[in-house]
Design a protein around this ligand. Structure first.
Ligand SMILES: [Mn+2]
Length: 318
């Protein structure tokens, strides 16, 4: 599939790269890292599309592309498991589509797919594709590409701490570091917390509780977001605020949106949570997933399901 990706890119003059809605560093990193690789090594027209995300604007901003341009283009979709999460409806107009993703396959929406869950991140896939496939064909990587790909790997591995981090991940990071990345600058931007967000974190930490099975829930009301002047998107940075809590096995963050529904983020140190997310209009990785809840009752159901998963979980059998 790696060879096929290179062959497919070579056949097109116009390439548009998409990724998932509500982008995270890996979505941006894989999208822009690949775009910049193609720009550096070919004369093709390359565009990146989707909504801009203020908290990640230090990584990149998106391009405007007219609908005509899609019709002759190759569209590559990075880091997006199902078509409903693609942050560009016009992807379907493309002459050809190619999916590159490390999420479990739930929707085979593209003409060709390179899907491999053994990679920590789609950014690691792009890095290893460069090293193993593009570089032997004479491609080079510039610093812009290396920086965003590194950010993507750091984001999805929780700074090389999550169990998705492998020896291959570190080798990929090494390939990127060879280009000369300003790590202090990158980490400062990735993990900076504006004062309002830090104060909201303080309030949430003050009220956290832990169930007998090691399940915690962080609830954030629309009122709290308004009081602290934090957006729903910005609040996502707080999902790991309690990750070092002793005895914590799995947890959920439930953020009320303006329409009264809740954005749900589930995290785990063992029990599988994406199957729970799938029951609530979401999905993701086994240990990190997202979903939605329509009511406080649905939140209680999810917390009960987390407790059940934590209760069933026996680390000795894993
Ligand atoms: Mn990812």
């Amino acid at each position: 599939m790696q060879e096929k990706l290179l062959e497919t890119i070579e056949r097109f003059d116009t390439i548009i790269i998409c990724r998932h809605v509500r982008p995270d560093p890996d979505a941006f990193g894989s999208q822009l890292g690949l775009a910049e690789l193609i720009r550096e090594n070919t004369t093709k027209m390359v565009y990146t599309v989707g909504e801009d995300e203020r908290s990640l604007s230090f990584l990149a901003t998106m391009d405007e592309v007219d609908t005509e341009t899609f019709k002759d283009a190759l569209v590559i979709i990075c880091d997006t498991a199902n078509r409903g999460r693609i942050d560009e409806e016009r992807y379907a107009l493309a002459k050809e589509t190619f999916k590159v993703d490390h999420h479990p396959e739930i929707d085979d929406y593209a003409d060709a797919s390179w899907v491999d869950t053994s990679y920590s991140s789609t950014s690691e896939m792009i890095t290893r594709w460069f090293e193993e496939t593009a570089k032997p064909n004479g491609w080079k990587m510039n610093q812009t590409s290396a920086r965003v790909l590194y950010a993507g790997i750091v984001g999805d591995t929780g700074r090389f701490r999550h169990p998705n981090t492998t020896e291959h991940t570190f080798r990929a990071a090494g390939v990127l570091m060879e280009q000369g990345i300003d790590l202090p600058e990158l980490f400062r931007n990735l993990y900076r917390k504006p004062l309002p967000l830090l104060r909201l974190e303080g309030e949430l930490l003050r009220t956290v509780s832990l169930s007998e099975y090691g399940v915690a829930a962080i609830r954030v009301s629309d009122e709290q977001l308004k009081q602290y002047e934090v957006t729903v998107n910005e609040s996502s940075a707080l999902v790991n605020a309690i990750s070092d809590l002793e005895g914590l096995l799995t947890w959920g963050m439930f953020v009320e949106q303006e329409d009264g529904t809740y954005r749900v983020r589930l995290r785990s140190k063992g029990p599988i949570v994406n199957t729970i997310a799938e029951k609530h209009n979401g999905g993701g990785h086994p240990l990190a997933a997202g979903a939605s809840a329509n009511s406080k009752e649905e939140i209680d159901t999810i917390i009960a399901e987390l407790n059940e998963a934590a209760k069933q979980f026996n680390p000795k059998t894993q």
